[in-house]
Design a protein around this ligand. Structure first.
Ligand code: IFM
Length: 458
């Protein structure tokens, strides 16, 4: 046991934090960056709380040396961040913007100098607007543009970056961005949005080989997973839960690890070979071997069958139900650490020897943190959340799941998409008026845990 009374994690287990470009960088019109779908979406009245935007975000584009310094104080081994496609290739195709690549080059070098391994994600939702104007992820061509961009990034950084992540949470892009319109680009295509799932997956597969051809070492994809809990044993609820599980947990994993879409997608009118847009050879591209699977976990989901209505009144074969009996985060999400162990063991059972090593690429919670009279932020709910979830990872490892790393979402408070700046997920408090960074109590707690784990191995 370590000083913090955690089990010792396996040798080489990596601790870190994660962020994403649009949520932290700001500087949306600087140094040749092009426009992304999030720039455009944020200008639509009524879609983001209080009309907030990521125009300035937390000004990481200018303050990155201070942010790297915070990470070195934290003692992390891995920093997962995302590259802004429109900063590197402003139109989403064609000309490369040298200052954009230079920015990530400097960041990479500074991380390495601080003993931190960079783990870039190529796509964390900020599609260049010109590509959206040409159909976005509804268009097959976007997958090919994504692979081109992946090659550009890898040609510049692969000599110093050991692991690349292609997509972050493609389920959210399909569901929130194209089906429900809660996120950019704000389309409400409902089930027609499933084409965006296939095109993102194709983009992942094409980018995987482009990355490898450009010298990248390890390649992974990050999905958000949520154990699907049935609201009751009623066969209709059970069937609805199976359908939801297929959509949320399997649609972006089965094709990658098994080379096929889950049969349970038929509940959405999707045939055995997946959405209509699947062409011969696509699944072979999508299922190119991977080095790791990124798992983001926040909470389970409780599912029931929809009321018995017509398809027009209830187009989806499930309904989300509240989960009661647990503490909730400031976002209202239930705190269920055991759900992480459950999800990891489901993945291990489901994919067997096809499951590559797992990295927890995001886990964390939003807390309504405010500095006290002394300017300190005593975020005990976050400490308790992280403590429970890190123990849940240890339980999964003890049960035989090969988990290699854990990254807290997130380093510092930032722009939380449709919630604007209203949800604080950071280990570091940011005063959004002054951009002043103040480490919270959870920062010291995580720093001590990392140090104790390093000590328990020496
Ligand atoms: O902030 C997001 C992140 O961009 C993707 N995963 C979930 C986080 C919290 O909502």
């Amino acid at each position: 046991m370590s000083d913090l009374e955690f089990p010792a994690f396996p040798p080489g287990f990596s601790w870190g934090v994660a962020t994403s470009a649009y949520q932290i960088e700001g500087a949306v019109a600087e140094d040749g960056r092009g426009e992304s779908v999030w720039d455009t979406f944020c200008r639509r009245p009524g879609v983001i709380r209080d009309g907030q935007t990521g125009d300035l975000a937390v000004d990481h584009y200018h303050r990155w040396p201070e942010d790297v310094e915070l990470m070195t104080r934290l003692g992390i081994g891995t920093y997962r961040f995302s590259l802004a496609w429109p900063r590197i290739q402003p139109a989403g195709s064609g000309a490369v913007n040298a200052p954009g690549l230079d920015f990530y080059d400097r960041l990479t070098d500074a991380l390495l100098a601080g003993g931190i391994t960079p783990m870039p994600t190529l796509y964390h939702w900020d599609l260049p607007q010109p590509l959206e104007d040409a159909g976005g992820w509804m268009a097959r061509d976007t997958a090919y543009r994504f692979a081109e961009y992946a090659a550009i990034a890898a040609e510049r950084l692969a000599d110093r970056v050991p692991m690349w992540i292609t997509l972050n949470e493609p389920f959210v892009v399909t569901a929130y961005g194209y089906a429900l319109g809660i996120h950019a680009p704000g389309k409400t295509l409902l089930l027609d949005a499933l084409a965006t799932a296939h095109h993102q997956l194709l983009g992942h597969g094409l980018a995987t080989s482009a990355l490898r051809a450009a010298g990248a070492g390890e390649v992974a994809i990050t999905n958000n997973y949520s154990p699907a809990w049935t609201a009751s044993d009623d066969p209709r609820d059970v069937a609805a839960t199976t359908a939801y599980d297929a959509l949320h947990n399997r649609m972006f994993t089965d094709p990658v690890l098994l080379g096929s879409y889950p049969a349970a997608l038929s509940a959405f009118g999707v045939g055995p070979d997946g959405p209509d847009c699947v062409r011969d050879g696509d699944l072979a591209i999508i299922s190119a071997p991977l080095d790791a699977l990124g798992v983001n976990y926040y909470n389970p989901t409780r599912i029931s069958a929809p009321p018995e209505t017509t398809a027009a009144e209830s187009p989806l074969p499930f309904e989300l139900q509240p989960i009661t009996g647990y503490q909730v985060t400031a976002f209202g999400w239930p705190v269920v650490p055991a759900g992480l162990t459950e999800m990891l063991t489901i993945l291990a059972r489901r994919y067997g020897d096809k499951l590559p090593p797992v990295h927890i690429t995001e886990n964390g919670c939003s807390v309504a943190d405010q500095p006290d009279d002394r300017g300190e932020i005593d975020d005990q709910p976050r400490i308790s959340y992280l403590d429970g979830h890190i123990r849940a990872v240890a339980d999964a490892i003890a049960a035989g799941v090969d988990v290699r790393g854990y990254l807290v979402w997130t380093l510092m408070d930032n722009f939380e998409w449709a919630e604007g700046f209203h949800q604080r997920f950071g280990l570091v408090h940011v005063d959004f008026e002054t951009q002043r960074r103040t480490p919270k109590a959870s920062f010291s707690w995580y720093r001590d845990l990392i140090a104790a784990q390093a000590g328990s191995r020496s």
